[in-house]
Ligand binder design. Structure first.
Ligand code: BTN
Length: 337
């Protein structure tokens, strides 16, 4: 029997636990009788009771009302389909959720699913990753229960050369969700880091499958440090990192944050498909922290310094070198001088 997490199972079919929770949600805090649950789900009352016990063990609180049934009193802050999709109203993003207690990397899972034909809007989420992937082959620290690690499958009708626009779109959605949930004002560091107070709070890793003139799919991978504590960050980070909880001084609901992020992604993707890239680009530039700054960009064994002059439509950083030439930089690590 599948539990609340689609653990190791990528079919996305609903678990009995999920259906039990949906029945409680429909009652909006009211009492649901054991009889109602067992006949709606087609299982015995003993089976219903066993599932309520499992749900209690992962943090759901029920009260038993003698001779009437159960009331759902509170839900834990866990990232499972039944919770994320509750009250979420989106057009494309979140048509299907696959959630794991732990997986290698949500990007890897989403990429495989997309290759097998998973539909646009599929979202893969994990409570922890043991092979979390960062940019340029680095690892992404992914301890359980504190952050958000998710990957979305999109199938936009664009050319491969336009794919970087989706990275900008996801960075914009991340900054919107952060401001909505915390009132913090994040900035974007090229190519795809989101910073608060100088520390990195989110990273984006987008991967694509394409032919010469057609994108098959794009996986948008998003990692957000939500409630990570100082001692959970590794010591060997190249750049300072932070979390929303460290910046606000309070815990942030991961579920509410996830819903805010998926809504922002859905809105900006809809705007992108309807009106094109211009509005996304403007919003991205309004959050871009590096215009006019002297920086050094390092990529593999190459390093060049210059002044940031903006970005172009393909997502390249425009760097004015000291000899006056403007260079298009396609990849690298930026340090502000
Ligand atoms: C970066 O280096 O800044 C990019 C980090 C991207 C991390 C996210 S977490 C969810 C998704 N799955 C992964 O393995 N990586 C991305």
């Amino acid at each position: 029997m599948k539990d609340l997490f689609a653990q190791g199972n990528e079919t996305g079919e609903k678990s009995l636990d999920q259906r039990i929770l949906e029945l409680f949600r429909e009652k909006k805090g009211g009492v649901v009788s054991g009889e109602e649950l067992s006949s709606a789900l087609g299982v015995s009352r003993t089976a219903v009771w066993k599932h309520i016990k499992t749900l209690k063990a992962i943090g759901y609180r029920f009260t038993a009302i003698p001779a009437q049934g159960y009331r759902l009193v509170s839900s834990p802050d866990i990232l499972v389909p039944a919770e994320i999709s509750s009250g979420l109203v989106t057009r494309r993003i979140g048509r299907r959720f696959i959630c794991f207690r732990e997986t290698e990397s949500t990007n890897m899972v989403a990429f495989r699913m997309a290759e097998e034909g998973a539909e646009e809007g599929t979202v893969v989420v994990a409570e922890a990753q043991h092979l979390g992937k960062g940019r340029l082959g680095r690892r992404w620290e992914s301890p359980p229960g504190v952050n958000l690690y998710c990957s979305l499958i999109l199938r936009p009708p664009i050319l491969p050369t336009q794919a970087a626009q989706l990275t900008f779109l996801s960075a914009v959605a991340v900054t919107r969700a952060i401001t909505e949930m915390t009132l913090l004002q994040p900035v974007i560091k090229w190519p795809n880091d989101v910073l608060v107070g100088g520390g990195k709070v989110a990273g984006l890793l987008n991967e694509m499958s394409a032919e010469t003139e057609k994108v098959n799919f794009i996986v948008l991978g998003i990692g957000i440090n939500i409630n990570m504590r100082r001692d959970q960050f590794p010591n060997d980070l190249r750049h300072p990192a932070t979390s929303l909880a460290l910046e606000t001084g309070r815990e942030v609901s991961r579920l509410e944050f996830t819903r805010a992020l998926l809504t922002a992604l859905d809105d900006s993707y809809d705007a992108y498909l309807t009106n094109g890239y211009d509005t996304i680009r403007e919003e991205w530039l309004s959050r871009f922290s590096m215009n006019g700054r002297e920086v050094r960009v390092t990529f593999q064994n190459n390093s060049q310094a210059g002044m940031v002059m903006g970005i172009d439509d393909d997502g390249a950083l425009l760097l004015r070198l000291h000899d006056g030439r403007v260079e298009r930089v396609l990849a690298g690590d930026v340090t502000i001088l």
